[in-house]
Design a protein around this ligand. Sequence first.
Ligand SMILES: C[S@@+](CC[C@H](N)C(=O)[O-])C[C@H]1O[C@@H](n2cnc3c(N)ncnc32)[C@H](O)[C@@H]1O
Length: 387
Amino acid sequence: MSNNSAKSLVSEKRKYKVLNTQHAKGIAENYLESIGFKAIAISFGLPEIDDRYHVWRVPVLKNNGRIGEVVIDAYSANIDISKSTDKEILETAQPIFSGKKTEKKDITISNLNNMVIEGNSVETLNKLPEESINLIFTSPPYYNAKPEYSEYSTYDEYLELMRKIIKGSHRVLSEGRFFVINISPVLIRRASRSEASKRIAVPFDLHRIFVEEGFDFIDDIHWVKPEGAGWSLGRGRRFAADRNPLQYKPVPVTEYILVYRKKTDRLIDWNIRKHPDQQAVADSKVEDGYETTNLWRINPSRSKDHPATFPIELAEKVIRYYSFKNDVVLDPFGGSGTTGIGALNLGRRFVMCELENKYVQVMKKRFSSFDLFTPISFLKLKDIDIK
Ligand SMILES: C[S@@+](CC[C@H](N)C(=O)[O-])C[C@H]1O[C@@H](n2cnc3c(N)ncnc32)[C@H](O)[C@@H]1O
C-alpha cells in the first residue's frame, strides 16, 4: 500500500471499522494512555494494514526509533493485546533505528541509443557506462542442453560465465531496477542405455549467484506452455508405458521467469516518484488485462533463423511490467533480437549483445522495418567507445 488514499480505499472496500492511518493512530494513543504507559518522546510511525490478519499495525517510536507496535483489529477497532507489544517491554525497550539514511540522489535518463553489439557480452558489459541500463531481460545459452550449445567443458565453467554476466549487469543497471531472466532446468541426455539421464537445476544455482552479486529476489513467474509441448522430448514416455512407481517423470511444460532487483534501500516508489520524466511514467501505466498471477500461459515460439527464441509476447509482458517508456532495455544474449523488437514496439530503447555474426545478421533483418523511424547502430565490440 503506497499512500493514504489507497489505504482508505482498501479499508472501505473491506468494510473495516478502522478506515485510515489517523484513525489507527488515535486508537493506539488512547490504548497506551489507558494502560498507563507514560514515556518521554513517544510518537507513532506510519500505521499499515496487514492483509493476512486484517489488522492495523501502528509502530510505537521513542526518539524516532522503533520500540514496538500496537495492533488493532481492523473490523472491530479493538486492540489485539496478544499481538501488541507488552507495556513492560515498551517501558524498557531501546529504540531500534532503521539504519543509515540513504543519501539523496537524482535519477538521470540514460543517453544510450538503440544498438546491437557483436562480441562476447562479458567484455561488452565492461564497455557500457555504469547505471546506463534500466531493465535487463534475457534467456542465456543452455548448458549442453542441445548439441549445438555444447560449448562449456564443465558446468562450473558455465556458471562462471553466468557470474561474470550477472556481475557486469549489476554495474550497468540503474539503482533499484530489474534483471529478469528466462531459465529452466536442463536435461543432459544419457550417453548409453546403461546410464541415466541427468537433470541440472540451473535456476537454483543462478539464484545463489544473483544474491551473491547484489540482487534481491523479487518473483518466480512460471511460463506455462500448452500441454503436449514437451512430449516430443521423450520425458515421461517410459512411465506412460510401464507405470512403475519411481519411474514417474512429469513432462516439463514450464520455464521460469525469475525477477531480481538491484539491491537498494530505496523503495520501488522512489524509482517512480523521482523519475525525471513524469510524462513517460504516466504514459507507461499498464492497462487492464495484465497478468494478475505468476502463471503466464504463452505459446512457445519457433524460428527458422535461431534454435532457441522466446516469444515476443513474453518479451513484451516483461518490458511492459518492468520498465517505463524511453527506458533502455538490455539483452546480453540477444539471439534473434526478440527483446529488441519488444522494446521498439513499446517505445523503449535497446542494447542487444550477441556473440555470433549469423544472429546479428538475423537481428539486422528483423529490425530493418523499424529503421525508417528509429536509428539503430550495429557495432563490433572492438569499435565501441561509449562514454
Ligand atoms: C537462448 S539464445 C537467446 C535467444 C533470444 N532470446 C531470442 O529470442 O532470439 C542465447 C544467445 O546467446 C548467444 N551467446 C552465447 N554466449 C554468449 C556470450 N558470451 N556473449 C554474447 N552472446 C552469447 C548465443 O549465440 C545465442 O544466440
